[in-house]
Design a protein around this ligand. Structure first.
Ligand code: 5AD
Ligand code: SF4
Length: 467
């Protein structure tokens, strides 16, 4: 049967992990909606269940096994239900997952997401033959024009949103010694600037006002020149092109690598008002010895010099980071050096993790792995110190007026609308139950900050629109 004829099948996706997986999930929803799958937020009655998985740390990987176990009975009760594992664990384990999980039908790796509709068709056609599973893994060194962009396709039934992410590249060539990403997402490949701009333009036409450009390492964006007339396009040039789209009000990007932040990019924050005042710059450790073992390619002094320069130029810039504690060989002094950096830089927020041994990575074979108790104790100390820093930072925003891009009604209260500041903080503010957010949604309004909480701010809407 023509897949376009099938209507109202139900799709349920569980997403683990990072911004790349979130983007892949949106892409899957968009392209499956074209072949009759409607996205739902409950597994009950689903015809297709996809687990979009993460393997960056062991804990994330274990979550998959308990999640997939929950659907065994559902599959027994409804044999036509298709269960698919996608994402990083799919890429890493491939066929092994089929052997290990009896009720699993499909495994779709990170470079094969765009083939999902065709793979489902193939699976349904072969179901009555001896082979009853599909495994699609392996990397490609080029991104074809039709692999992305499903979010923006007007023929899908995706709802309009205020913010959306657009993938500009996939994979990573850095091979930090602890990290599994290069092995599960493949070599770094950039999308063509024209494809990206077309996608952003379509999103803007459908009501999106804030774009987050995502990639494992966006600063090394470097598309292949397909013919002689193509101009080179650096990441900064790409940002300028996106900023040229009139309906886009704000641009964010994640994740940046400290070694690839250029002076050109730093200067762009000064000349391009659409660029949000937020930089996520993973430090990982405050010790040069550990950074060397991690193969990060910068020193603590180089990192802090760049950040101090950025903070001097743009005092309102919010800076967030990732930190790993308990890397093999991290001494008490090394860890204290990380604690010192926290005090020195005053990050707005940190994402901190205990080092987790990942299969196939260089650090897996390092001999001086640390015991769990030391890792736990260090993580706890780090997080406690950061909690105080973040509380002081948030409190300092009370009394200021901040432009907020309004996203809609707050999940927690019918009386409030919610949005984000340029520096990426969630702000909730009162708006009567009867007043529809339509009209305000998607616009940037000034909000006077009245209270600061651990994960959000509260404010009162000012009458004037921010420009
Ligand atoms: N163990 C702990 N944390 C890790 N990260 C990546 N690999 C590991 C690992 N093996 C963290 C890094 C990275 C973030 C996305 O996840 O801090 O920046
Ligand atoms: Fe992993 Fe390092 Fe690549 Fe980030 S830059 S994805 S930490 S290998």
């Amino acid at each position: 049967m023509n897949q376009k004829m099938q209507k109202n099948k139900l799709l349920y996706i569980v997403t683990f992990g990072c911004q790349m997986n979130d983007n892949d999930t949106e892409r899957m929803k968009g392209l499956l909606s074209k072949v009759g799958y409607q996205d739902t937020d409950s597994p009950d009655g689903a015809d297709l269940i996809i687990l979009n998985t993460c393997s960056v740390r062991d804990k994330a990987e274990q979550k998959l096994y308990s999640a997939v176990g929950r659907f065994k009975k559902q599959k027994q009760a409804k044999p036509s239900l298709i269960i698919c594992i996608a994402g990083c664990v799919a890429e890493q384990q491939g066929e092994e997952l089929i052997k290990r999980i009896e009720h699993l039908d499909m495994v779709v790796g990170t470079n094969n997401v765009h083939k999902l509709p065709a793979l489902i068709k193939e699976f349904e056609e072969q179901k009555n033959r001896s082979k009853n599973s599909i495994v699609a893994t392996g990397f490609t060194d080029k991104i074809e024009g039709d692999e992305y962009g499903y979010l923006a396709d007007s023929s899908t039934s995706m709802p309009a949103k205020t913010s959306a992410s657009v993938s500009i590249m996939r994979g990573c060539d850095n091979y930090c010694s602890y990290c599994i990403v290069p092995y599960v997402r493949g070599p770094e490949v950039s999308r063509s600037p024209d494809d990206i701009i077309n996608e952003v333009q379509s999103l803007a036409n459908s009501g999106v006002r804030e774009i987050t450009l995502v990639g494992q390492n966006v600063n090394s964006y470097n598309p292949l020149l397909t013919d002689e007339t193509d101009d080179e396009c650096s990441f900064t040039s790409l940002l300028k092109k996106v900023a040229g789209i009139s309906k886009i009000e704000r641009i964010r990007f994640v994740t940046s690598h400290p070694k690839d932040i250029t002076d050109e990019l730093i200067a762009l924050f000064g000349s391009e008002p659409k660029l949000a005042r937020h930089l996520h710059l993973p430090l990982q450790s405050g010790s040069d010895k550990v950074l060397g073992l991690m193969k990060r390619g910068y020193s603590v002094a180089e990192y802090t010099e760049k950040l101090e320069r950025i903070k001097t130029l743009y005092p309102d810039m919010s800076i967030t980071t990732d930190i790993i504690v308990g890397f093999p060989g991290e001494s008490a002094d090394d860890f204290n050096a990380t604690m010192d950096i926290l005090d020195k830089i005053n990050f707005d927020n940190i994402f901190s993790f205990m080092y987790s041994k990942r299969p196939g990575t260089e650090a897996e074979s390092f001999s001086n792995q640390l015991p769990l108790e030391i890792k736990q104790e260090r993580l706890q100390r780090l997080q406690a110190a950061q909690k105080d820093i973040a509380a002081k930072k948030s409190a300092s925003l009370v009394g200021t007026k901040m432009p907020v891009l309004i996203e809609g009604r707050s999940k927690n209260s019918d009386d409030e609308l919610t949005g984000r500041t340029s520096c990426n903080r969630v702000v909730n503010f009162r708006a009567s139950k009867d007043s529809s957010p339509i009209g305000l949604e998607g616009s940037v309004m000034n909000v006077l900050i009245t209270d600061a909480y651990a994960n959000s701010l509260k404010g009162s809407l000012q009458t004037e629109r921010s420009v």
